[in-house]
Write a protein that binds this ligand. Structure first.
Ligand code: PNS
Length: 163
């Protein structure tokens, strides 16, 4: 029996790197819950509703076992509520590892039954992040091929320029 997994993040905005991890994990798990953190302390470019809509509309039609959800508070609490035993995190370079290790071990301390699984995105997305996408778009660089077309359009609307 395949277990359910949770893929948490800020997704400001969703990138092709996130979508690559979502597709890979959808093949491994019964159900993948893509969970957007509600964090009033963190200023985001896109509102929660915008991020949720962009994510929902970016998931390919053929991928039917992925759900987009929103959570507040501790991730492990949300995972427990949704009976998801695996937390998925994408790791790009070694520089990601230190922060991810801290988070994974803290989550394990809080809930030893939940495992964190690190997954590698396709090499061509190994340098891609939402922060760099925002920075590119803000300064008029092209984000083609880095994000889905609808995210590119949303960025163009935000910044009032072609990206
Ligand atoms: O995309 P991000 O911003 O790297 O995602 C970070 C996220 C949302 C996974 C992380 O901040 C998180 O899980 N926050 C919820 C609070 C929590 O449970 N923290 C873990 C204990 S250290």
């Amino acid at each position: 029996m395949k277990r359910d997994a949770i893929y948490p993040g800020t997704f400001d905005p969703v990138t092709n790197g996130h979508l690559d991890i979502i597709e890979r994990s959808s093949r491994l798990f019964g159900r993948v819950i893509v969970a957007i953190l509600v964090n009033p302390q963190k200023e985001t470019l896109f509102s929660l509703e915008e991020r949720r809509r962009l994510l929902e509309r970016s998931i390919p039609d053929g991928v039917t076992n992925v759900e987009v959800a929103v959570f507040r508070g501790l991730l492990v609490e949300f995972a427990r509520q949704r009976s998801a035993g695996i937390i998925i995190r994408g790791i790009r370079a070694v520089s990601d590892y230190e922060y991810e290790l801290q988070m994974a071990l803290m989550n394990r301390r809080l809930e030893p039954e939940i495992e964190t699984l690190f997954m590698l995105p396709a090499e061509n997305y190994s340098y891609l992040s939402s922060r760099l996408v925002r920075e590119l778009a803000e300064n008029g660089g092209s984000v083609a091929g880095l994000v889905p077309d609808l995210v590119r359009e949303a960025l163009e609307k935000k910044y009032g320029r072609t990206v």
